[in-house]
Write a protein that binds this ligand. Sequence first.
Ligand code: BYC
Length: 502
Amino acid sequence: MRMTEISPAPLGRLFDREPRMPDGMKVDYDGLIPNNVGLSEDVRVRRALETWHPGYIDWWKTMGPEGFQEALVYLRTAVGVGAEGWARFDYVKMPDYRWGILLAPKVEGRTIPFGAHKGEPAWQEVPAECRAMLRRLLVIQGDTEPASVEQQRHLGATAPSQYDLRNLFQVNVEEGRHLWAMVYLLQKYFGRDGREEAEELLRRRSGDADTPRMLGAFNERTPDWLSFFMFTFFTDRDGKMQLAALAQSGFDPLSRTCRFMLTEEAHHMFVGETGIARIIQRTCEAMRGAGIDDPTDIDRVRALGVIDLPTIQKKANLHFSLTLDLFGSEISTNAANAFNAGIKGRYHEDRLTDDHQLLGDTYPVLRLKDGAIVREEVPALSSLNMRLRDDFVADAAAGVARWNRVLQRAEVPFRITLPHVAFNRRIGEFAVVHADCEGALLDDAAWAGRRETMLPSADDYRFVASLMQPVSERGAFAGWIAPPRIGIDNKPGDFEYVKIEG
Ligand code: BYC
């Protein structure tokens, strides 16, 4: 996890016509759509994207951040795709953000890293037999990006500071760019089908009864900033894991696209992790200031205008369990087929030392057997969703350990924990049972009786909502969250990140 923002390289003006970068790494800002894929020579795809562009801008204006379309926001825009210094910061009105098509540099001689075609040259075109599978994966990935912007569109009205407001908008414009990334692949490699899918991506709406987004967690509400930070900590981390698995793809354009998306994703998790850490820190400071030793003395803690630690835990329980559902079923032939075909690999596939084909291997999977949760060895190919989910849990646990260091330093006797993977599930093995945070199975009555001790109650939501009052003065922060240690782009504490008047 990168804990500091990437600083801009000294590249001159943002839309410099001759960026000083090697070929393939520079972004062409001359046309309507910034890109490093030679769009000016690819008339068919350029026209398709230019045709899609007005619909995207309409979508952004109606479903993007509410009330801030005219504000000048201090945003980073990618000016290259190299490992260092790819971002440039400046004030931008969000509808004028230069969304574009950016692929990581091509690796000459790259081969397919896993599956039945392991060792063959990576594909530059879609293999006919993988077409349907690949299209489905691109559409699912693409669908999550605008969904998250829709989920977060009301949050600007209650931002705890200009710094946080700017971070929200940075996340939003980059999710928008990630949609562009998938739409490019659909339009370039899937012709008419791809163009239709690209239109559908603008038509579905998060939480809509008739045209919902495709995956469950992307139809949930993000009602407050505690939820936003949990979402960017947990759900953007699913994004990281899925993109990392797709970055291994034998379909080279997908691999290169996802490799660049991952560099942007790091900031989103930074926002979530540091957001929660700053909330915890402020709660600890307030408790200590008031001489409160018992973190479960909720009424007294809330009276200080900060978020009590048990409520933070419940929100973590909710967002963790919603995010686990995004990994699909533990045992999945879809996942096995995608791996075998060389389309979707494992997390860090290139660092693993097995045969990368997994034909005779097994993997331990938690299953429900005769009313108990047991660990069972299952063919490794079928259990790739479970494996990626395990990698996610380990990655999330490392972030939670960093939150707990804040509690430890403050000497507050409370630790955030991740609930059991069977808790509050709607997809996979455990969708049919109730379990508590330790993984003990509960009957319906016990679940109903204990639910509000484990998940946010209506009262918890009301309390958190009561704190969501906007703070818009430069350098000021709401009383329930500590300021960050360093500003974005190393700016000083009173920097004007968002100029509301434009
Ligand atoms: N909700 O074999 P199964 C991100 C469906 S986040 C609803 O178990 P599979 C981001 C499934 O589609 C990362 N339906 O699952 C984060 C299938 O339906 P069909 C997004 C679900 O296919 C924050 C059936 O159940 N990217 O980037 O192995 C902000 C049986 O499926 C769900 C990806 O997910 C669900 N939760 O795995 C912004 C990567 N789960 O086809 C962005 C692309 C499963 O039988 N997607 N179903 O009708 C995939 O790799 C896989 O499709 C999944 C599911 C991992 C999602």
